[in-house]
Design a protein around this ligand. Structure first.
Ligand SMILES: [Zn+2]
Length: 244
């Protein structure tokens, strides 16, 4: 657009176009966030599921370790019974006292093992509580996620229909753009969306803060189309605001 191009354009039209472009940016951003929130929720469910599996694994390991100790305890008790039987048929005092010593040692070992088994059972109870808590947490996360998916899908549908409505409003508003400005408008809005337009703030571009010449401000006051010499945005005077 050359400087001697004198395209008249109503500030209210540019204000409205900018407002619609901002709405479109906002709605598009909100629409993008819907699937992202669903994905974040899926991640939380996956983490909850991993936590439950880990808790179940710990519980299972503890049960197996305790079972092994109980097996060991029973087999040593059987051995003690055998030794007791042998006591009665001991051929000598020496054999008798060796058997006695062996029985005492095995009994002592079993006492230690019994204590360990009791501790193991307590530990299993604790781990079972952890599994229970992890299961409840996973259930909560899954329910929350199901609700989230429903809510986000509904929200996305609402936002899309709102976006359709606003896009339609944009199309009909764009019909008022003077034909001489239309190509530039298309090019810059396609490239930059809402940043294609900017209000003038005091004496500078509201988009990039470039200070504007009084000549440009004068043209703006005459409702002539001006572009920011720095960021190329279509400039307009903000609502309810007298310039200069
Ligand atoms: Zn600018």
């Amino acid at each position: 657009m050359r400087a001697d191009n004198r395209i008249e354009i109503r500030p209210s039209l540019l204000q409205k176009l900018h407002r619609i472009h901002r709405q479109i940016t906002d709605l598009s951003g909100q629409i993008e966030r819907c699937p992202r929130q669903i994905k974040a929720g899926e991640h939380m469910v996956t983490e909850g599921s991993k936590a439950k599996e880990a808790a179940q694994g710990n519980h299972k390991d503890a049960v197996l370790a305790c079972d092994a100790k109980q097996l060991q305890l029973r087999s040593r008790e059987d051995k003690i019974k055998d030794l007791d039987a042998k006591l009665k048929t001991a051929a000598s005092n020496r054999e008798f006292s060796l058997l006695k010593e062996q029985i005492a040692a095995d009994k002592q070992a079993n006492e230690v093992l019994s204590d360990e088994i009791l501790e193991g059972l307590e530990y299993i109870d604790e781990l079972a509580a952890v599994v229970q808590a992890a299961s409840e947490e996973l259930e909560r996360l899954e329910k929350e996620q199901a609700d989230r998916v429903t809510e986000m899908e509904q929200r996305e549908a609402e936002l899309r229909s709102e976006l359709d409505r606003v896009t339609e409003e944009l199309r009909s508003t764009e019909k008022d753009i003077p034909s001489g400005a239309l190509d530039d408008y298309r090019r810059i809005t396609e490239a930059r969306g809402e940043e294609a337009l900017a209000p003038v703030d005091e004496d500078s571009c509201g988009g990039c803060y470039q200070i504007l010449t009084t000549q440009l401000i004068d043209r703006l006051r005459m409702s002539l189309l001006i572009r920011c010499p720095n960021c190329n945005a279509f400039l307009y005077s903000p609502e309810n605001r007298q310039l200069g």
